[in-house]
Design a protein around this ligand. Structure first.
Ligand SMILES: NC(=O)c1ccc[n+]([C@@H]2O[C@H](COP(=O)([O-])OP(=O)(O)OC[C@H]3O[C@@H](n4cnc5c(N)ncnc54)[C@H](OP(=O)(O)O)[C@@H]3O)[C@@H](O)[C@H]2O)c1
Length: 340
């Protein structure tokens, strides 16, 4: 059995990942860690866990992680991964990082958007961006996998096949996306307190969200030229889920049927991407607690204006589920193991 360590297991993505790994047929959870000084019973963080599971989340120790794990999941705030990944890679471990530290290939872009110096830039070119359906072959050989951000995952899956086939103008892409509050993590922040979020709906970081360059990086690669997007994130008063509405101009030949067929063909062999039939659109209810990414498309008659609707669960397909999918690819397990 593959031995898995989850660092930051008390957080939202760490707990979700632990739950998925405990149900996985081919792996064993060998270590869960925290910065706290005393061990924490897993059931305090994950009350749904069976009473037979006596696991504890224990204080972090580098040596213990190296001894106890084959694959190490970093469910930590950004800057923490760049400080530790090197030691795990040097010890021959596979690292799957859920933070942003290794997603952007250009050090300067990272430093501009995250406002900190990147202290392990030598790994930026080695890290493989873990958008499973797009970079499968590279992921299978990677020792450092940068799990994608929650906002980029859905829009990239919807847009990349269309840009690669030149069915839309990449420069026309506008993404309005709304995230549930767990997207901000467990830490206390005034803007995500109940009274601020409840019965509210607001945009934030308009044109300034750190996931914009991550989306642009993969779209530029698909287009073969630099792509700039407009990205407007919103906070939705639900616990989990991201719903993105994407607008783009089609090229002359791209009818709604062609767009839908292109997506259906692209994802025929991909168990987690579901393309909606004509006139049907995704909803958060249909993807919550799953690793699915649902995509609906519509073109306003008489125009070239494409609207795409994309729904995922930010903690599953947008984080922990995609991390398990990456592990499955890397270690040769069925891609859907532990996820369906
Ligand atoms: N939430 C999402 O939807 C989502 C989606 C995709 C990616 N991500 C990324 O995944 C990573 C984890 O996100 P999360 O939502 O799980 O965050 P979280 O709920 O805040 O949990 C992070 C955990 O990391 C530990 N930690 C270690 N060093 C820390 C430090 N210096 N400051 C604060 N916490 C520290 C904390 O556990 P202890 O206090 O027990 O040590 C904390 O519980 C982040 O990089 C985030 O950007 C999140």
């Amino acid at each position: 059995m593959l031995k898995c360590a989850v660092l930051g297991a008390t957080g939202y993505t760490g707990a979700e990942l632990t739950k998925l790994l405990l149900a996985h047929p081919h792996v064993r959870v060998s270590l869960l860690t925290t910065r706290q000084e005393k061990p924490i019973a897993l059931r305090e963080v994950l009350p749904s866990v069976s009473k037979d599971i006596k696991l504890e989340i224990t204080p972090y120790s580098l040596d213990t992680v190296k001894k106890k794990a084959d694959v190490i999941f970093l469910c930590l705030p950004h800057t923490e991964a760049m400080a530790t990944a090197e030691q795990f890679l040097a010890a021959g471990k596979v690292v799957i990082d859920l933070s942003a530290d290794f997603r952007l290939r250009d050090k300067k872009v990272y430093e501009t958007w995250y406002g900190v110096i990147h202290t392990a830039p030598q790994y930026l070119s080695q890290a493989v961006y873990g958008l499973c359906e797009v970079y499968r072959e590279k992921i299978k050989k990677a020792d450092l996998i940068a799990n994608p951000g929650c906002y980029p995952t859905g829009p990239l899956l919807a847009l990349i096949p269309l840009i690669k086939r030149k069915l839309i103008d990449p420069g026309s892409v506008i993404i309005n996306a709304a995230s549930g509050v767990s997207g901000a993590g467990k830490k206390l922040v005034a803007a995500t307190q109940f009274c601020e979020v409840n019965e509210n709906y607001n945009a934030y970081k308009v044109n300034q969200h750190q996931h914009a360059p991550e989306i642009e990086q993969s779209l530029s690669e698909a287009a073969g030229k630099p792509v700039k997007i407009t990205f407007v994130p919103h906070l939705l008063p639900v616990t989990r889920g991201i719903f993105a509405t994407i607008y783009a101009e089609t090229t002359a030949k791209a009818t709604e049927a062609v767009i839908r067929k292109t997506l259906q063909e692209t994802y025929q062999q991909s168990p987690f991407v579901r393309i909606k039939a004509e006139g049907q659109y995704p909803s958060l209810k249909e993807v919550r607690h799953t690793n699915f990414c649902d995509i609906g498309v519509s073109i306003q008659k008489g125009t070239r204006r494409l609207v795409m609707l994309v729904a995922i669960d930010n903690l599953v397909k947008g984080a922990a589920g995609q991390a398990v999918q990456n592990m499955n690819l890397r270690f040769g397990f069925p891609e859907e193991a532990g996820l369906l």
